[in-house]
Write a new protein. Structure first.
Length: 179
């Protein structure tokens, strides 16, 4: 459904829909990425004491970068796409701005970066293995569900986007491979 939600002029946004969208994004973030990138890694960390300062510095940096990536993506989903990262409440518009100009899946990369941050912070090889497993699950979900669903929802505009931007990272200056 597009256009205004009724009542007043389309250019006069109400705080009700924005507040609801913010709440849905916060709830999803706490439940899904919060579980995958925070709760589970903290349960899996064998000892919850930070390693030496280089590992703490690396881990803290990765945690900050991953969290910032995720936050930026959620902002773009809500402000531009008018939706959430949840598949049941996907954005109404295809998000091609911000980090989505260099990766079709930067949010997943942000979550993986957070997990690797915990792995470095706690010097926990088990969390590196967990990150690999989570990455494989993300890849399968993207290929088997998300990409077909986005093609169905956004048609030619998604196909064009897919030819310009790589699934995970855009390396180099030219066009990314379509898949």
């Amino acid at each position: 459904m597009s256009g205004s939600s009724g009542g007043g002029p389309a250019s006069a946004p109400s705080s009700g829909p924005r507040a609801g969208l913010l709440l849905k994004n916060l709830l999803f973030t706490v439940l899904v990425p919060g579980s995958v990138a925070v709760y589970v890694p903290l349960l899996l960390a064998p000892e919850r004491t930070s390693g030496s300062w280089p590992f703490s510095l690396l881990g803290g940096g990765l945690l900050a970068v991953g969290g910032a990536i995720y936050a930026w993506c959620v902002y773009d989903f809500a402000s531009f796409g008018r939706g959430t990262p949840a598949p049941i409440d996907a954005p109404q518009r295809l998000v091609e701005r911000g980090l989505y100009r260099v990766s079709r899946n930067p949010m997943y990369l942000g979550v993986l970066t957070v997990i690797l941050g915990w792995a470095a912070w706690y010097r926990a090889p088990s969390l590196v293995l967990y990150a690999l497993g989570v990455g494989l699950v993300f890849h399968a979900f993207v290929v088997l569900y998300e990409e077909p669903r986005l093609a169905e929802l956004f048609g030619a505009s998604y196909d064009a986007y897919r030819t310009r931007v790589g699934r995970w990272l855009r390396v180099g200056g030219g066009r990314a491979k379509p898949r």
